[in-house]
Design a protein around this ligand. Structure first.
Ligand SMILES: Nc1nc2c(ncn2[C@@H]2O[C@H](COP(=O)(O)OP(=O)(O)OP(=O)(O)O)[C@@H](O)[C@H]2O)c(=O)[nH]1
Ligand SMILES: [Mg+2]
Length: 336
């Protein structure tokens, strides 16, 4: 092969990869082609020993009467739900199993669920290191669900504290579907909602989308730099009051959240939710529907903030256009 042919082939490969990447970004990171028509999925359950992985699977399989024992190696359990078949890789959490088994099961899994015992604060650091190390082996398109288990225990930590301890904000930089939920494998609280999220994302990338109604960009002193309301004029008139409130909330968040390099927060606003993200010296807040996945909104916000740091004049001039060009499917009234 001549040098020119070789270079041409490399360029073609690069273009193909970029095209695929762009497609994944537009579909929210889920490779739709690979899931269409499928009814069989695998889910890897990870977490330190005693986090509650086997208990969670037993709860789903309604086998709560069976006494759980530490998992030796891996249990493969088949679970049917909403006409779909799942193979759960219930992995032993003891260190020898982490070292010998986890990687190969994580690499094969269509989705990954990481459990932490939210009452075992002493092991948070170890659990955090384990999460951040092993999650690197997950498929790029695999949805990741982080579960704060044992929420029934009185000393269990709240999601916001877990989020901070595990530095989960960092995970949003990744464009994969990601969510954090509180559950109790013992009482069943939140277990089906959590599973539903995994199923929704695996089966239809549509679920991994938000509808952004409005956005406000400010600096950390609360000065508004740019703003946008999306949708038809009638929709815009309808949310005019909410929008005023959104600006107030953005200013307050910008001033309050000064202490960290990056922070996220979710607030309720009448019938909507407001998701705030701060990165460096700037904050971006958006208004979304309460049923929308806030982690998806946060990913988008981080992307726009990163764009702003690279190209401040463009974003400042037209925040709405930046959203519409980068995430056309996820702004109110955007291309369907
Ligand atoms: N209170 C409470 N206890 C739980 C919960 N989930 C699990 N447990 C208990 O925690 C202990 C460990 O649960 P397992 O399900 O065996 O944990 P595991 O993550 O599978 O552990 P390994 O197999 O060793 O990795 C058991 O005594 C469970 O009854 C929960 O949500 N709340
Ligand atoms: Mg187990």
């Amino acid at each position: 092969m001549s040098f020119y042919e070789f270079r041409k082939r490399i360029l073609e490969e690069k273009q193909k990869r970029e095209k695929q990447q762009g497609k994944q970004e537009r579909t929210g990171g889920v490779n739709q082609e690979s899931v269409v028509g499928r009814n069989k999925f695998s889910v890897a359950l990870l977490g330190l020993e005693r986090a509650g992985k086997t208990s969670l699977v037993k709860k789903l399989l309604k086998q709560e009467d069976i006494v759980v024992r530490p998992t030796y190696g891996v249990n493969l359990e088949n679970y049917q739900y909403r006409d779909l078949n799942f193979t759960c890789f219930d992995l032993g959490g003891h260190q020898p199993f982490r070292l010998s088994l986890w990687k190969k099961f994580i690499e094969r899994a269509d989705s990954v669920i990481y459990l932490v015992d939210s009452a075992d604060h002493v092991r948070f650091e170890e659990s955090k290191q384990t999460f951040w190390h092993y999650i690197n082996f997950a498929k790029q398109s695999a949805p990741v669900l982080f579960l704060a288990n044992k929420s029934d225990l009185p000393n269990s930590k709240e999601l916001s504290e877990i989020n901070t301890s595990f530095e989960l904000d960092k995970f949003l930089r990744n464009l994969r579907p990601f969510n954090i939920k509180k559950v109790s494998a013992l009482t069943g609280q939140g277990v089906y909602e959590a599973w539903d999220w995994v199923v929704d994302v695996l089966c239809g990338a549509q679920q991994w989308k938000v509808k952004i109604g409005a956005a406000v960009l400010s600096d950390i002193d609360g000065n508004i730099i740019s703003e946008a309301i999306f949708g038809r004029p009638t929709d815009q008139a309808e949310i005019a009051n909410d929008f005023k409130k959104l600006k107030e909330l953005t200013r307050m968040f910008a001033i309050d959240s000064k202490e960290s390099i990056q922070s996220v927060k979710l607030e309720s606003l009448f019938k909507k939710h407001v998701s705030h993200v701060k990165r460096g010296a700037y904050c971006l807040s958006v208004m979304i529907d309460p049923i929308d996945p806030v982690t998806r909104a946060q990913q988008i916000q981080l992307r726009i903030l990163e764009n702003f740091s690279r190209n401040p004049t463009e974003v400042k001039k037209n925040l709405g256009e930046t959203f519409e060009s980068k995430f056309p499917l996820e702004v109110e009234g955007g291309i369907r």
